[in-house]
Every structure is written in C-alpha cells, then in structure tokens.
Write a protein that binds this ligand. Structure first.
Ligand code: AMP
Ligand code: MG
Length: 312
C-alpha cells in the first residue's frame, strides 16, 4: 500500500478497493481497476478517530457526538478537506468523505497501512457491490494483485453518507445509520435522503447508475404482484427469480425464491449476495418491496437503483 499498490479489503459495509489517499497515482489506479468515472469521489478510510485531523481542515465540534456514537461504524461524514488530500480522491471538491470501518480485519488492515486509505467499493463500476471476497474476485480477477478475505460483510450495504458542511446535516446516501438515528444523537433537524433533498445538495456520485445486476430487475409492490409478474415471465419462456422476506417464501406456491432474512438487519446483510446469486441463475429478478421504514428504506434505495426505478 505504501509503495502505491491497490488492495481489496473487507469492511462491515462492503469490500473496498484501497489506495494510499496521499498518493494521486495510486488513487488513479483504483479508478482504472474499477472503470470508475473520475468525477465520482472516494471515501477516505481511517484506522482511528485520532487520524481525523490528518484529512480535514476542521468541522463544527457539535458533530463530535456523531463521531462518538457511530465511528467506528457504517457512517461517512463529508467534511472540509485538507489540502494534502489530492483532487483525485475528492473529484476536485473542497470536501472529503471520512469513515472509520468497524470490521476487525478491515481495522487491522487500515492500522497496518499507516496512511489514510481512499477506497470505493471493490466492484466494477455500475455492478453490484461485493459483500464477500468471492464477489470481489469475480469482478477484479486480473485487475488487482491482492484481496484480503475477511468473510461476509456484517452490514451489507454501503455506508450512510452525511454532509456536515452546511447549516443542516444532509443524508446524501442512506445506509444502516438512519436520519432518525442521527437526529436522535444530534438533537437537530437532519435532511433525510429523498428525491428533493438530493436535488438540493447532490452528491457527485449520485448521478451514475449503480448496483445493476447483469439481468432485468423489477420491484414488486407486494408478494401477489411479484407472483403475477413471475407467471408472466415464465409464460414468455424467461427464467425469473423472486427475492422476498423469509416469511413470504411460504406464499410462493413453488415459484423460485431467495429468502432475504427475517428482520431488516438480516435482509440488509443478505441483499447484495442475493442479487449476485440471482443474476447467475435467473434472467429476471423480481424483488418484493421491503417498505419505507428504517434500514429497509436504505436497502430499497439500492434495490430501486438495481431495478432502474422499474416497479410493478
Ligand atoms: P463508493 O465507495 O463506491 O460507494 O463511492 C463513494 C461515494 O461516497 C460516492 O459515490 C459519493 O456518493 C460519496 N462521497 C464521497 N466523497 C464525497 C464528498 N466529498 N462529497 C459528497 N459525497 C461524497
Ligand atoms: Mg460503489
């Protein structure tokens, strides 16, 4: 890492593709390996809270409560950038996204690097994010020299991105740390992630297609809509697959299903692996709408993108 190499490493959210954040050439190699557009910024990953001053020129001290509550953890804070962070990392923005992963293997890797680590998710640009080392290997074989295998990611979707540079903190990307949880800790209004808020403070990365499986994908409003769609696709000679909460598998009447889990945390952890599996063994993915509350809403943010907004 200190010699300018690129390494895939595990975190509790998804696997990352790491480079020394102070080395513009190493960071460019990450963009090349992913095929990622240069104007989509990377998050800087740190081993410890003590390293935060290395990458930011400062932030409002009221946000120390968030750092205490959620770092290490699946929260990225967008802060004023320090000039030692190259444009390659931030896509030329004057802010930097900062995160401290909590997974044991990821933390040990970051501590061993001894430099801040710029990393996007370790998938090819626009493909599904990886939650196992095998997922990374499928996309990155021949493109990077090393994958550190830390097993399955415990959270399973990308971090919540919170911009704390303005008057009101704004969730740019929803994740396992919800706007309600943030507002609860800060005791101030937080702009939740919604179409309107994003339009007012767009994250540069948000305009790109993300999380797309290799086959068609659609969100079904409930299990009966999913089953109707399933029957139509079968009649067309297609090979559909339903993704749903475990409790709904018994309603499937023999339709092929992948059970996502019993509760929101389990569904979150399993969603990307289910998409990875489904794109291999089916040509049409039908995902049950998981609702608009809490972590399920964050998971649906990714699924709606995977479906390109298609709903039935
Ligand atoms: P990835 O690691 O592939 O999920 O990509 C990192 C994402 O973090 C980007 O697509 C942006 O949405 C967000 N991000 C990183 N840095 C910033 C920043 N300085 N300002 C706003 N959003 C950021
Ligand atoms: Mg990504």
């Amino acid at each position: 890492m200190r010699a300018g190499g690129v390494v895939a490493f595990p975190t509790e959210t998804v696997y990352g593709l790491a480079a020394n954040a102070f080395d513009p050439q190493a960071v460019r190699a990450v963009f090349a390996a992913k095929g990622r557009p240069a104007d989509n910024p990377l998050i800087v990953h740190l081993a410890s809270k003590n390293d935060i001053p290395l990458v930011t020129s400062g932030y409002d001290k009221k946000y120390d409560a968030l750092i205490a509550a959620f770092m290490p953890g699946p929260l990225t804070l967008v802060m004023p950038r320090k000039s030692c962070i190259p444009d390659e990392v931030t896509a030329g923005l004057d802010t930097v996204g900062v995160r401290i992963p909590s997974s044991p293997v990821g933390s040990r890797f970051l501590a061993a690097c001894k430099v801040p680590v710029a990393a996007p998710s370790a998938n090819l640009s626009t493909h599904i994010s990886p939650t196992t080392a095998e997922h990374v290997y499928e996309d990155m074989k021949g493109r990077i020299p090393l994958i550190i295998d830390g097993g399955e990611c415990s959270v399973g979707i990308e971090s919540t991105v919170l911009d704390i540079t303005g008057e009101t903190p704004v969730v740019l990307r929803p994740g396992a740390v919800t706007a309600e949880m943030i507002a609860g800790v800060l005791n101030v209004d937080v702009k939740a992630h919604s179409g309107k808020v994003i339009a007012a403070a767009p994250a540069p990365g948000m305009k790109y297609k993300h999380y797309a499986p290799a086959c068609d994908c659609v969100v079904a409003s409930d299990m009966s809509a999913a089953l109707a769609c399933y029957a139509e696709r079968l009649a067309e000679g297609r090979s559909p697959m339903i993704l749903c909460r475990s409790e709904n598998v018994k309603k499937s009447g023999g339709a092929r299903c992948i059970a996502l889990g019993q509760d929101d945390a389990e569904v979150c952890r399993n969603m990307y692996a289910a998409l990875h599996n489904a794109e291999k063994i089916a040509d049409y993915i039908i995902c049950e709408d998981l609702g608009d509350k809490g972590v399920a809403a964050s998971v649906m943010n990714r699924v709606n993108k995977a479906a390109g907004g298609k709903r039935i």
